[in-house]
Design a protein around this ligand. Structure first.
Ligand code: SF4
Length: 308
């Protein structure tokens, strides 16, 4: 684990695997102040893009990190705030891509997707993960508490037009909060919005870390199941080991029994084994790679295992 000013990790991410983070934004600088934000309330609420740091400075640190034998699957641009507020975002993505073959992902609240410059810069990345937490202006103000210049309609239309043009992977996330946006009426409104969007994946999340506001609570499993049913998304809290179960006590045999029906990527296998208290995860992954009955498929840094 390396700690620097701009580059951090690699850290395990439930959606992205082992993620090397790059943060081009000063702490708590955002155009939202979401009630569920794990950073606490936004201190610098702004909707003005700025060159907070020089691209060369960030890239210099990134290069130093690459010199050590780092294992990571993806480079994720994610600030302690909103990364699209960084005016050097497009250049930063391009410079990172010159230095690694690994995919570059950007985690964003999506608020600035109505801005053609932001759309064009984000289009350089391999994966964009925008949020869609609200379904109208009232819920937008209640959940995201945006900067006064933002309104829901512009943000949704921006996301819609970006989705139509973007050539990479678009993974949308909805954060569901108990008693705020988790009833059937709200889910049906999300469903209608999603019907008019092109995207590759939908993740349904709920706040699992301490939120900015104490009244924010995670939804329960029943509500999550209902949301998955209505929205046809992937529950983030099920992404790791919880998504895979086996009664077979031998770890290797248990994995073989799962991948017979359902391919697992390396992170799912790691999470699954960790949840079982397995201490020899590396050896099991090595054995899977050597196993003639197993095919391992590597794509952009992810290795997925399935039975031949
Ligand atoms: S958009 Fe992200 S960083 Fe900004 S307030 Fe919301 S959760 Fe926090």
């Amino acid at each position: 684990m390396i700690e620097n000013k701009y580059v951090y990790g690699p850290v395990p991410s439930r959606r992205l695997g082992l993620s090397l983070g790059v943060s081009p934004i000063p702490g708590k600088t955002c155009n939202y102040s979401c009630i569920y934000c794990q950073l606490g309330r936004t201190i610098h609420l702004t909707n003005k893009r700025k060159m907070f740091f020089q691209v060369g400075e960030i890239i210099g640190e990134f290069e130093k990190n690459l010199q050590s034998p780092l294992e990571f699957d993806v480079v994720t641009i994610v600030g302690e705030g909103e990364p699209t507020l960084y005016l050097g975002l497009g250049e930063l993505i391009g410079e990172i891509q010159k230095r690694t073959e690994k995919p570059v992902a950007v985690i964003t609240n999506g608020a600035l997707l109505y801005d053609p410059a932001v759309k064009s810069e984000l289009s350089r990345s391999d994966i964009v993960l925008p949020s869609l937490d609200a379904y109208d202006d009232v819920s937008y103000k209640k959940i995201n508490r945006p900067h006064g210049t933002l309104n829901f309609s512009d943000v949704y239309l921006g996301l819609q037009s970006f989705a139509e043009e973007y050539q990479g992977q678009l993974w949308i996330e909805i954060m569901l909060i108990k008693g705020v946006n988790d009833d059937d009426a709200a889910l049906n409104k999300y469903s209608a919005l999603l019907n008019d969007l092109r995207y590759d994946r939908l993740y349904i999340n709920t706040p699992l870390r301490p939120p900015a506001e104490p009244y924010v609570k995670a939804i329960d499993h029943e509500k999550m199941d209902r949301a998955v049913e209505i929205l046809h998304g992937i529950a983030i809290d099920l992404l790791h080991s919880q998504g895979f179960h086996s009664e077979i006590t031998d770890h290797y045999t248990a994995i073989m029994s799962i991948i017979k029906r359902h391919p697992m990527n390396q992170f799912e296998i790691e999470g699954f084994l960790k949840s079982r208290g397995c201490s020899g995860i590396g050896a099991i992954l090595d054995d899977l790679k050597k196993d003639s009955k197993v095919v391992s498929i590597s794509y952009k840094g992810y290795v997925t295992y399935r039975l031949k």
